[in-house]
Design a protein around this ligand. Structure first.
Ligand SMILES: NC(=O)c1ccc[n+]([C@@H]2O[C@H](COP(=O)([O-])OP(=O)(O)OC[C@H]3O[C@@H](n4cnc5c(N)ncnc54)[C@H](OP(=O)(O)O)[C@@H]3O)[C@@H](O)[C@H]2O)c1
Length: 292
């Protein structure tokens, strides 16, 4: 298979990419540090900075001209310690995690033949019912997420605001997979919740000491079935991309429920089809992709 992937230079995404390469798949990896792609994989590493939409377009154009795609794995993501404005003027977490991936997806959609798998990495933090320590989303209003100063529901406190920006961006990823399945039922669209995976680079904005402490302490406070590892979540992500069991996905939400990967229902808002369609339309409008 030819697998196009973001987020393959660190964390469980790198583990998944290594597995896919070892299974003999051909990879095209978009990375802001292309030299971090492990030499020896059958991989072409192309520059991609999701914080820079010109870079997203250049990457999308190059991929569109390349060999046919069998799976598109949109796994890159970041979490910040406070709200930030990204290079494009939108809130950075929403811009990188959702808008840039959505832009890339829209660019590549005409190239995706029936049966192609599209996987967006979401997170259990999107669901208020999960009771994670991350402030849950209050809505999926793309304009408010892109411009938090317009959001009347913005929580107080830098940490809560940043946590909610993260969980909301992951909600948007999950809703995008669901809406993609409605718009392109010929594709195998799905989203992935890797569980809690300590010792990745995700919390790096909190600094090395705090993120190491979180990796040590948080698992002690969590239910056993929500804990994962880089190796386990890497194995599951690789299976979603290329394993025969997942070829027929249709907007499914796959969640690590240690020791298994289970198809479960996402949050009530993520199951709201009208909200999913509106989010798609609003992202198109924000990015200037809407047809007149
Ligand atoms: N760890 C968890 O507990 C957890 C739980 C739920 C969901 N997730 C999601 O899982 C995915 C992978 O996270 P992880 O925990 O493995 O974290 P990670 O080790 O920090 O990996 C994140 C990946 O995204 C890439 N990335 C970040 N910003 C980018 C940008 N501007 N342009 C291009 N690539 C960029 C990183 O590239 P660099 O190598 O250059 O940094 C890296 O490859 C993310 O979408 C995250 O939201 C993680």
């Amino acid at each position: 298979m030819h697998i196009v992937m973001t987020g393959a230079t660190s964390g469980f995404g790198a583990n998944a990419a290594g597995r896919l390469a070892a299974e003999g798949h051909r990879l095209t990896i978009g990375a802001r540090r292309p030299d971090a792609v492990v030499p020896g994989w059958n991989a072409m590493a192309l520059p991609l900075d999701l914080d820079d939409f010109a870079s997203v377009d250049t990457f999308g154009d190059a991929v569109a001209k390349g060999p046919a795609i069998d799976a598109l794995v949109l796994n890159a993501g970041l979490q910040t310690a406070a709200l930030e404005t990204g290079a494009e003027g939108y809130e950075r977490t929403f811009a990188v995690n959702q808008l840039a991936h959505f832009r890339l997806l829209c660019r590549l959609l005409p190239q995706l033949a029936p049966g192609v798998r599209v996987i967006l990495t979401g997170s259990g933090t999107h669901d208020p019912e999960e009771g994670t320590m991350v402030t849950p989303p209050a809505h999926a209003n793309a304009e408010w997420l892109a411009f938090p100063d317009r959001d009347p529901t913005l929580p107080k406190g830098a940490r809560s605001q940043a946590f909610r920006a993260y969980s909301s961006s992951k909600l948007a990823n999950i809703m995008t997979a669901r809406e993609l399945a409605r718009r392109r039922p010929d594709l195998a669209a799905m989203s992935f919740d890797p569980g809690y995976v300590p010792w990745t680079g995700l919390a790096r904005s909190s600094g090395k000491i705090l993120s190491s402490l979180v990796s040590l302490i948080l698992p002690l406070t969590m239910k056993r079935d929500r804990k994962s590892t880089v190796a386990k979540s890497g194995e599951y992500l690789a299976a979603l991309a290329a394993g025969p069991a997942y070829a027929g996905a249709h907007g499914d939400y796959w969640s690590v429920r240690n020791p298994a990967l289970k198809r479960i229902e996402p949050s009530a808002l993520a199951r709201d089809d009208a909200a999913c369609a509106k989010l798609w339309d609003d992202c198109e409008r924000l990015l200037g992709l809407a047809k007149a």
